[in-house]
Design a protein around this ligand. Structure first.
Ligand code: SF4
Length: 62
């Protein structure tokens, strides 16, 4: 049985900046998740690791 391809270290991406400030993994625009899963959603990519944070609120631009 053929195994799925595994990304090399060099091919693994990092989220350098994320504007989903209401995500539980977002610390001042930095993603602190150990890893994220990106999925295709209609005509754009979405982060399916997004987790709505219910205990902190950032107010951007205020
Ligand atoms: S998990 Fe996804 S949505 Fe949440 S901070 Fe990281 S990249 Fe952004």
């Amino acid at each position: 049985m053929e195994q799925p391809p595994v990304a090399s270290k060099a091919a693994q991406g990092l989220v350098l900046r994320c504007t989903a400030v209401d995500c539980a993994y977002n610390e001042k625009f930095r993603c602190i998740a150990e890893h994220v899963v990106i999925i295709r959603h209609q005509d754009h990519a979405d982060c399916s690791t997004y987790t709505e944070n219910t205990h902190k609120v950032y107010r951007v631009g205020m």
